[in-house]
Ligand binder design. Structure first.
Ligand SMILES: Nc1ncnc2c1ncn2[C@@H]1O[C@H](COP(=O)(O)OP(=O)(O)OP(=O)(O)O)[C@@H](O)[C@H]1O
Length: 265
C-alpha cells in the first residue's frame, strides 16, 4: 500500500459562488482539505452546507471560482483530464439508462475509459464478482433494487481503477442491511486496491463506522475535523459520546437529510 503520508487530495481556499436571480450565493467559501492516500474521509454538514459543490469541484464537474487543488497528483485547473482519469464519482442520482442491461452499461463505461476489449471483459468479470452483481448482468438497470443499483453505480465508478473514489450520499434511501453491505464493499475496495474514499453522508452512524476522519462543513466552510472519537471528545465531552451530540454542538443543527424531516399526520 501507499506510504501513509502521501496525499491523494490537497485543496487550499477552494471557493465556489453562483450567480442567481436573488444575488450571489457563496456555496463554498475557502475550504482547505487534505486527504491521505488510502484514507476514508467523511464529509458531513447540514443541508446546503456545500458538500456536493465541493465534490463537484474536486471531480472537475464544476470549476472553482477561487482556490487550488491537487487530486491524485493532478492539478484541478491545469490538468482536469488527469484528475478525471484517476478519480471515480458516484453522484447522488446516477444516470444509467433503465432499459439497458447491467452488462451493457458496464461495457459502455469500460469503452468510455478506453479499456481494450479483453481488458474490458476481464474488468467486467472482476467487478461483477467483487460487487456481487453475478446473476444481475442481463437484467435491465431499471429493474434493480436500490442496493443493487448502488452496487452498479460503484462498479461503474471503479471501472478504470481510480486512485480516489468520491461518493455523494451513497446509502441514502437504502435499508439498513444494504447500507451495511455497501460499507463492507467500500472497506474491501480500500483494503484491496488502496483506494482513497471521500463520501458525504447524513447518517452519522455511517460516518462513525466507516470514516477514518471526518470534516464537518457548515455554510461553505470547514468548522471541525478529526477522527470520530476526537470530534466526540472535543465537542461532546467524551470519545464515548454520540456523534449526533458532537454534530449538534458543532453546527447547532441535526444531520438529518431533507427528506427525513418529520411529516405531520
Ligand atoms: N447551481 C447552483 N446555483 C445556485 N445555487 C446553488 C447551485 N448549486 C448549489 N447551490 C447552493 O449552494 C449551497 C450549497 O449546496 P450543496 O448542494 O453543495 O450543499 P450540500 O451540503 O450538498 O447539501 P445537501 O446535504 O442538502 O445535499 C446551497 O445553498 C445551494 O442552494
Amino acid at each position: 500500500m501507499d506510504a501513509p503520508d502521501r496525499l491523494s487530495i490537497s485543496a487550499t481556499g477552494l471557493t465556489r459562488a453562483f450567480r442567481t436571480g436573488r444575488g450571489p450565493v457563496e456555496a463554498v467559501r475557502g475550504i482547505d482539505l487534505t486527504v491521505r492516500a488510502g484514507e476514508i474521509l467523511g464529509l458531513l454538514g447540514p443541508n446546503g452546507a456545500g458538500k456536493t459543490t465541493t465534490l463537484r469541484m474536486l471531480t472537475t464537474l464544476l470549476s472553482p471560482t477561487g482556490g487550488t487543488a491537487t487530486v491524485a497528483g493532478h492539478d484541478l485547473a491545469r490538468d482536469p483530464a488527469g484528475v478525471r482519469r484517476r478519480t471515480g464519482y458516484v453522484a447522488q442520482s446516477g444516470g444509467v439508462d433503465p432499459t439497458v442491461s447491467v452488462r451493457e452499461e458496464l461495457l459502455t463505461q469500460a469503452r468510455l475509459y478506453r479499456l481494450r476489449k479483453a481488458e474490458a471483459a476481464a474488468r467486467l468479470e472482476e467487478l461483477t464478482l467483487d460487487l456481487g452483481l453475478t446473476g444481475l448482468l442481463d437484467r435491465p438497470c431499471g429493474a434493480l433494487s436500490g442496493g443493487q443499483r448502488r452496487r452498479l453505480d460503484l462498479a461503474m465508478a471503479l471501472t478504470h481503477r481510480p486512485e480516489v473514489l468520491f461518493l455523494d450520499e451513497p446509502t441514502t434511501g437504502l435499508d439498513p442491511g444494504s447500507r451495511a453491505d455497501l460499507w463492507d464493499l467500500l472497506r474491501r475496495v480500500r483494503a484491496e486496491w488502496g483506494t482513497t474514499v471521500v463520501l458525504t453522508t447524513h447518517y452519522l452512524d455511517e460516518a462513525d463506522a466507516l470514516a477514518d476522519r471526518l470534516v464537518v462543513v457548515d455554510r461553505g466552510a470547514v468548522v471541525a475535523e478529526g477522527t470520530p472519537a476526537a470530534l466526540k471528545a472535543r465537542h461532546a465531552g467524551s470519545p464515548d459520546a454520540s456523534l449526533q451530540d458532537a454534530f449538534l454542538a458543532i453546527t447547532g443543527r441535526t444531520a438529518a437529510p431533507r427528506e427525513s424531516a418529520p411529516v405531520a399526520v
